[in-house]
Design a binder for this molecule. Structure first.
Ligand SMILES: Nc1ncnc2c1ncn2[C@@H]1O[C@H](COP(=O)(O)OP(=O)(O)OP(=O)(O)O)[C@@H](O)[C@H]1O
Length: 481
């Protein structure tokens, strides 16, 4: 790829005669003017065709009024432009989302392509080390396409041959600052092509109230909040185990309570049982009436976990050779074991016997429970291996605000932070950051950013009251509503 250029050899020539410099006089070949003109004309034509091909609408916007002006006079051209502007304004007012989808985001994407990405592409690539400047020639990754959504610019890039995703993931900081964004996320579009997401604003900056309790009992993915792209954040709980990690005040409670809230009709219908372990005696004691089993002191927690293991083993024995997946039924409900601050029961437990029993039961549940309808949803503050040695047994992981950047990969798996899961940079201000999380699921290794609805104390009280009175689903209530 990096060929030697003419003249390179001359640099290394030395004179053998003292005080005499080697004079290199290149042969000058006169190019006929007509050849130069033809080359320029050809480049101009190719550029115009390329422009028309790539930006037909933008070209038409300029060309049509120009042609009408030339043929019929400026008045007709001005009338056409005014008519078009009035039509577009009416469209934007009448149906904003279709206008944005068809015109607005495309125009913005074109503008940002020209003004931000193409303009800064060469310096950002060279300085970040993603492009190479070799002997006067630039070798740059190809900026293939820019599209805009309501919150981010999506830039498709063709990598240089031989580059890897890690080369880009290691430079997300350079890319974000280089293109004036707060962050950058890297995903693989297809072999050799990457999709870089540069957020323009944070769609999750305002807290979300608790979501309405579903109208029908369902054990399927539970809607617990909103994802960055505006779609509902649905969390699979049946058929997996979930680990939720976050510093104190990061909003672990909002994820736990949103899940319980979403499952409440199924709990009422007998399809789900929630077994709660609340060693901190704070988070879950509030909604005790909603749980089939509840334990707070370590000995009771060990017993509860062992009881879950028994359910699991009894089902495994019954299902063997008959069925491979669990279907929630009243006779065999889905058992969700919710553990708040699991480290209290494992790492910080002083009674070694209890600690061993609890760790063994948790490891058994997380390795064998999901096929027979026993799931674990565990929350913890400190994700280090010595605090929770079985963290890799949870297929789905959620990282709320974390204290240190190294913790992100501990929770979400290797390379998650490089791909843009900046959980350590989530704001510690509860209004701006609590409940915001990066989720990495077994089924989609790319971390997605989302915010859970905030289930406040009044919401929990209302859930308990409605559950007891059997008046589910609830209208939205409480401060969070
Ligand atoms: N989803 C959310 N949206 C907005 N604010 C939230 C959300 N979740 C929590 N908060 C705010 O953050 C505060 C702390 O939340 P929470 O107690 O759930 O955090 P935590 O991670 O469980 O903390 P700890 O580990 O100390 O118990 C809450 O009192 C509330 O004000």
């Amino acid at each position: 790829m990096f060929k030697k250029l003419p003249g390179d050899e001359a640099q290394h020539l030395v004179s053998t005669t003292p005080d005499t410099a080697v004079v290199f006089r290149p042969a000058v070949v006169q190019t006929p003017a007509i050849v130069t003109l033809v080359i320029f004309a050809w480049r101009l034509l190719a550029g115009a065709v390329r422009l028309l091909w790539r930006h037909p609408i933008a070209a038409a916007v300029v060309a049509v009024p120009g042609v009408i002006w030339t043929l019929y006079g400026w008045q007709w051209s001005a009338a056409l432009v005014t008519l078009a502007l009035v039509g577009l304004t009416a469209w934007a007012l009448a149906d904003r989302s279709s206008f944005l989808r068809r015109i607005g985001w495309r125009l913005l994407a074109w503008w940002r392509l020209v003004w931000i990405y193409r303009r800064h592409w060469q310096p950002v690539m060279i300085i970040s080390g993603l492009g190479r400047h070799v002997r006067g020639r630039d070798y740059l990754p190809h900026l293939a396409k820019v599209s805009c959504t309501s919150w981010a610019d999506l830039v498709t890039v063709k990598m240089l041959t031989g580059q890897s995703v890690t080369d880009w993931a290691d430079r997300i900081d350079h890319l974000a600052h280089g293109f004036g964004a707060t962050s950058c996320r890297v995903t693989v579009a297809r072999p050799g092509r990457l999709l870089l997401a540069f957020p323009r604003r944070d769609p999750l900056a305002t807290p979300l109230p608790a979501l309405p309790i579903p109208g029908v009992p369902s054990v399927g993915p539970v809607e617990i909040g909103k994802r960055e792209d505006g779609t509902p954040w649905r969390l699979k709980v049946h058929g997996t185990h979930l680990l939720v990690a976050g510093a104190t005040g990061a909003g672990k409670g909002s994820i736990i309570w949103s899940v319980i809230r979403g499952l409440l009709p199924a709990v009422r219908a007998g399809l789900v049982q929630v077994w709660a372990l609340d060693p901190k005696l704070m988070e879950l004691s509030f909604g005790r009436a909603l749980f089939d089993r509840y334990a707070a002191d370590p000995a009771a927690c060990a017993e509860l976990l062992e009881a879950a293991v028994k359910v699991m083993q009894e089902r495994a024995g019954r299902f063997a050779g008959v069925q491979r997946d669990h279907i929630p039924m009243v006779e065999d409900p889905f058992v969700l074991v919710v553990v708040d601050e699991v480290a209290f029961l494992t790492a910080y437990q002083s009674d070694k016997g209890l600690k061993l029993r609890i760790s063994a039961a948790l490891a058994t549940l997380t390795t064998q429970g999901r096929a027979v309808g026993v799931g674990v949803l565990a929350a913890l503050q400190d994700p280090r291996k010595d605090v929770l040695s079985i963290r890799n047994l949870f297929p789905d992981k959620i990282a709320l605000r974390l204290d240190e950047s190294e913790q992100v990969d501990m929770v979400l798996g290797d390379g998650a932070r490089d791909r843009g899961a900046l959980a350590d940079l989530i704001s510690p201000n509860p209004t701006l950051g609590a409940g915001i999380a990066y989720a990495r699921l077994e089924t989609s290794p790319e971390p997605t950013r989302a915010r859970a609805g905030y289930v406040c104390d009044a919401d929990i009280r209302a859930m308990v009251a409605a559950f007891a009175a059997d008046t589910l689903p609830l209208p939205q209530t409480g401060e969070g509503a």
